[in-house]
Design a protein around this ligand. Structure first.
Ligand SMILES: Cc1ncc(C[n+]2csc(CCOP(=O)(O)OP(=O)(O)O)c2C)c(N)n1
Ligand SMILES: [Mg+2]
Length: 285
């Protein structure tokens, strides 16, 4: 199978740092349209998305439902603004469309809807469902003898959900070595710091006990993410893999990073442009 990214000049010759920067910038611009959005999560997960879309995944931007594509599922539908930014950066969605974010009839609603948005594989707003769907997709692809992989992003809050663990057991039982999960550990849930809501830690030993190959990395360190994805993809054992990514909410915009963390961060009208200006000052090559 040829890598479709090799014949897409826009996608070549740009550093992952620049990709992550672009994803953050697009998310801020989109949030600015509505004066709201899950920006803390988007800034935190931008590095994971950059490595996913510009290092790991095989896909065709002009043909988002190409049968041979690797699937990237986002279980935590409220992170939609982050995925839209990655899809715009990847060339699946046009940049001009970000102006429609959250408005009636937009293909970019506030919460991710698979039937609205090209490249959005599942509607993930009801938390805890994503891994179950990913298991079914990975099993289906194996039965079709496809070499495509299923990447599934979910949040630390979703570790509270029983269905996540049922799916984790089934993934091992079915030997789903084409399944790579990424969990965003931002230590935040709607009701407060994740660790204060449920005993989610230690995460890696839990997945290992369930038969997974688990790695834990700094989710805002691009080199560490690249290595973790490469090691996950080359693991020779017939088992599912998980990358546990510790991320910092609002990463890249220090005045927001310093703010008390909350599930939905309030940003004053003037602060959106301020955030863009601060980001631009550190624009990578
Ligand atoms: C099944 C389900 N229960 C509750 C909610 C309400 N809810 C929306 S976001 C959220 C927080 C979940 O934690 P996480 O995704 O880690 O939050 P974040 O890191 O984005 O703050 C909750 C409880 C939901 N969407 N689905
Ligand atoms: Mg969280």
């Amino acid at each position: 199978m040829t890598d479709p990214r090799s014949d897409t000049p826009k996608l070549a010759n740009m550093s992952l740092a620049r990709r992550a920067f672009n994803i953050r910038r697009l998310a801020i611009r989109m949030g600015q349209v509505q004066g709201q959005g899950y920006l803390g999560q988007a800034l935190g997960i931008a590095d994971v998305l950059a490595v996913s879309y510009f290092h790991a995944l095989t896909y065709r931007p002009e043909d988002p439902y190409w049968e041979g594509r690797d699937r990237f599922l986002m279980s935590n539908g409220h992170y939609a603004i982050a995925l839209y930014s990655a899809l715009i950066e990847a060339g699946v969605i046009g940049e001009d469309e970000l102006e429609t974010y959250g408005s009636d009839d937009s293909r970019l609603p506030m919460s991710g809807m698979a039937s609205y948005t090209p490249g959005m594989e599942i509607s993930g707003g009801s938390l805890g469902q994503g891994l179950t769907i990913a298991v079914g997709m990975a099993l289906g692809l194996k039965r079709k003898k496809s070499s495509a992989k299923v990447y599934i992003l979910f949040s630390d809050g979703e570790l509270d959900e029983g269905a996540t663990w049922e799916a984790a057991m089934q993934a091992t039982h079915k030997k789903l070595d084409n399944l790579i999960a990424i969990v965003d550990v931002n230590n935040q849930q709607a009701d407060g710091p994740a660790k204060e809501i449920s005993a989610i830690e230690p995460i890696a030993p839990k997945f290992e006990a369930f038969g997974w190959f688990a790695q834990r990395v700094d989710g805002n360190d691009l080199d560490a993410l690249v290595e973790a994805y490469d090691v996950a993809r080359s693991d020779p054992q017939p088992r599912p893999r998980i990358v546990i990514a510790d991320t910092k909410m609002c990463k890249g915009v220090p005045f927001l990073e310093a703010r008390d963390k909350s599930h939905f961060i309030n940003i004053a009208p003037a602060e959106w442009q301020q955030a863009i200006d601060i980001l631009d000052a550190g624009r990578p090559a």
